[in-house]
Design a protein around this ligand. Structure first.
Ligand code: HEM
Length: 81
């Protein structure tokens, strides 16, 4: 994926999270559905998806390098909405 173009939460980041991710992580106290909540927890989210800790390995849908790079590029752009 092209990561140098301007990214946005609604178009590029929100679709990376499934409904299952959002509902389970809401129960665990992290809202993956809003820009502000993802932006304030961005470092932690990036490290769990890069390490493969989240989504849980048992679900066998660990993020590709491409997805992780897109998330990181969005962070570096200042987490635009
Ligand atoms: C700061 C980042 C995160 C932390 C600290 C975190 C922590 C946790 C914790 C404590 C649970 C509950 C485990 C359990 O009750 O069995 C959980 C569940 C889950 N998380 Fe995360 N998580 C993070 C980010 C994410 C992200 C970014 C995703 C998806 C891309 C994700 C997907 C899930 C899913 C699908 C579950 C449900 C697992 C299940 O019930 O089998 N999490 N997470």
């Amino acid at each position: 994926m092209e990561t140098s173009r301007p990214l946005s939460f609604s178009a590029d980041i929100r679709p990376l999270f499934t409904d299952v991710d959002v509902s389970h992580m809401k129960q665990a106290g992290l809202d993956l559905s809003t820009r502000d909540s993802v932006a304030s927890n961005a470092e932690g989210i990036l490290s769990t998806v890069r390490s493969g800790a989240m989504p849980p390995p048992s679900e066998q849908r660990t993020w590709s390098k491409d997805k992780c790079d897109t998330f990181e590029a969005w962070m570096k752009q200042g987490c635009p909405p």
